[in-house]
Each structure stands twice: as structure tokens, then as C-alpha cells.
Design a protein around this ligand. Sequence first.
Ligand code: 6PG
Length: 494
Amino acid sequence: MDEKADIGLIGLAVMGENLALNMADKGWRVAVHNRSLDKVDAFLRDRAHNKPIIKARSLSEMVLQLAKPRKILLMVKAGAAVDDLLDRLIPLLGPEDIVIDGGNSHFSDSARRSLRLAEKGLLFVGAGISGGEEGALLGPSIMPGGHEEAWPEIEPVFSSIAARAADGSVCCAWLGSSGAGHFIKMVHNGIEYADMQLIAEAFDILRRLGGLDPEAISRIFSHWNQGDLSSYLLQITADILAKKEEGDGGMLVDSILDVAGEKGTGRWTAIAALDLGVPAGTIAEAVFARAISARKAQRVKSHTLLPGPQPDTTNPPDKAQQDALVQDAFDALHGAKLVALAQGFALLQDANRQYGWDIDQAKVASIWRGGCIIRTAFLDRIASVFAERPELDNVLIDPAFHAPMAASQTGWRRTVAKAMQSGLPVPGLASALSWYDAYRSRCLPANLIQAQRDYFGAHRYERNDRPRGEFFHTRWTEIGHRDPPNPSDSEEDR
Ligand code: 6PG
């Protein structure tokens, strides 16, 4: 009888193919299946030629090919396709077989699927996988969560294919129960959206306020990438900005339509933050920024209709002014990026408390240090802070971040003010700064909001000269609510 395969993989789009090749290169025998079998044949003929990768003509054939307990990695489009596949796969599997969903599924779907498989005695793992095509092939960051009994079975495979951080540690760890893995991947993507938006705003400032061309900005970003701001996204942006069109030598970035796409994970992060009441405005603004970019026709029309300043590109600043602007933009990106990361981790912290996942934030920061799209030098510091202080509500509270936040302030404020005065939209940088100022405000005008709520709806308010939890109502007008408000309406502080 043929040697059994160690793992099955269903779905041979680029991520699936590259993960199969990555596993085969680490010595695992992989059975692969795809809805269209031509795809499997082409893969085996071409990229998988002479590798320990075998064809499964059907799901039932794959089940027979796999060693027990069977491990099957689904790399199909998130949503209905995963459920359809599970409908067909579940009846073929036996006790303790393991199904891993490696796509960008919504965490609530993964939680539901965990229950569904558990009812059949099967194990389910929702594993976020980050790093794009290249990461899948050479080493992604992997974020598994679900039925923990599955972990000892899949750990050797996952650890062998995952990226390594600079200190050699593996960028894959068991992260928690139920939907935890996909929640963490979702938050990763929310931070990814924010980071991309912040870098795009820094580019816009340097270009339209600083009068610098893409190649000059590419050099600036490469330089920034040597220090504290070092990140995969900044590095690829420097590459992108240096890329010329084939033939005529123009810069490619200038020919790309300014309409950003999205597949939903950033939006889900913003929705999760709203659902949990976590202030994560910079992540949400990054989603909205893509949405406003997509309204290209409306923007073109309102450009001629709506009054306001336009950045003056005819009068570029002199060298000294340019240097100052570059330094300020660096500070702005530095401060705002830390805020975006802090918002993402605060969302994880609150979700963890709410859903009881037992997520270790230090572990999350640690496995994001290699392989994934948001890998950045800051994650080393964040991982150390959470290792020391796992219960911290917000990572910026730790003294490790006080000096960097102090250093970035002035330039960040100048950048936002200048952009706003010039009519240059900076929703990411500005919202991050407002978040920062609100988060360090002893007093906010929420007292007035409470008074307004009490005025029109008798929603009651707490007083700052009385203990928390005691609620008051004022009869603001003659026809205002006369009755004392219902104590069951009392509102807790979050
Ligand atoms: C990753 C990426 C990956 C994918 C995003 C793109 O971590 O490898 O996040 O999952 O590129 O889904 O998302 P948008 O199409 O929504 O920008």
C-alpha cells in the first residue's frame, strides 16, 4: 500500500499552491485537491513536479490517502465555499480528524464551525495565515485557534513552514479557543489597513506639500526603514515608488487608479471595535478612506464644486523647508503607527476578556514579528511589554512608549495642521492624533453629551462629586420627565 500523506490541502489558488510547496520542501507528504482537477494536474506537472505532493481526485480519495488522525487544510474563499466544503467533507471523516480553515474567515463563522465539527467528534482549527504569496511559500506567520487537542498533531507541520523572527523564534503559536485565530488575523488586517493608509498619507504630504517626486520619496522611505519605523510595508512602498513604467520611463505609481479595493477584513475589524465599544478610529478611518477613494466619480465632480484650499504644487518649498517637512512627516508616521498598533492590541485585549479566549498578547506580538504583512520593529517592544504586563489595557501606557510618543508629538501636530490648512486629507494621521489626545485627557466634553441625553431622553447622568454608579436626572424644562428615572436603566462605565 502507498505511503500515507501527512496532510491534505484543498484549494489550489496561489496561497494553497505555495503552502503545499512549502510543506513539501519541509519533507511533509501532501495530498492536494481542487474543485477543478485540471488545476491539480497542472500543479503536479509543473511547480509540484518531483515533490512529495500527490493528487486526490476527490474528497473521498483524499480521506483514504491521509494518515490518521487526518489533517486537512482548507485554502478556499472565505464564506459559503467553506461551509459547502464542510458539508461534503464531514460525512467522510472519523473521530479526531482535524479540519483547518486557513482562509480569511470571519471569526464568528469559525466559532460556529468549531461547534459544528465538535458535534461530530471532529476537531476544527481556524488559522489566520499572513504573508501573501511569498510568505506562504517561504514562511508565513500562522495564527491558529480552535480545538486545542488538534495542536500537538498540527504543530510540527505548522512550525516547520512558518517564518522565523530575527531572534530565530517561530512565527506560529497556539492562540486560543474557538474563533480566536481568525479574530487575531482580522485585527492583523485592521492594523494592516491603518498602516497602509498612514504610509499613503505620508507619501501624499511629501509629494504634494513637499514637492518631492516618487523616487525621492522612495529614498526617504528606504532611509526611514533602517531605523525605528522599519517595516515590511514601508520597505515594499519604497520599492513601489521606485518602479518605472515599462518603456516610457514614467513612474508606475502615477498610472495606477486611485481607487482602493478591499475584501472585508479591515471592515470587520472596525465593526468588531464598534461592537465591543473599543476606540479604534484609525483602523476605521483607514477603511473609510478606501471607501471614499472608491467614489472616484463623485470626487471628480465635487473637486470643481466644493470650495476649499488645494495643496499648492506650483510653489515647492526650499530645501530647508523640505527637510523640516520630511522630519515632521517621519514623526507623524511614527506616532500614528504606534497608535494604530495600540488600537489593534486594545481591541484584542477587550475581545479576549469578552469572549474568554485566553489570548496571550505577547505571543501575538511575537508571531507578528516575522512573515506577516504588518511585521515591524515596534513589535519587539510590544511583545516585551506584554510579556511583563499581560493585563495592560493599552500598550502605550507602559513607560517604554512614553519617550517615543513625546519625541513624535511636535512634528506630528505640525504635519496634521499643515495638511489640514492646505486641504490635504489625512484621516489616518489626524484620527490617530485625536485618539492620542483623547486618551490622555483627564476631562472630555462627554459631560455635555450626558446632559443632552438626559435633556431629551431622561437617560440620567453621574456626577463628578458623587460616587460612580449613582445616577441623577434633571427636569430641564417644564414638560421634561418628572418621574425619577428607572434605576434599571443605570449605565455602567465601560
Ligand atoms: C495577509 C494579507 C492577506 C490579504 C488581505 C488583503 O496578511 O497576508 O492581509 O490576508 O492580502 O486580505 O486584504 P484587502 O484585499 O482587503 O486589502
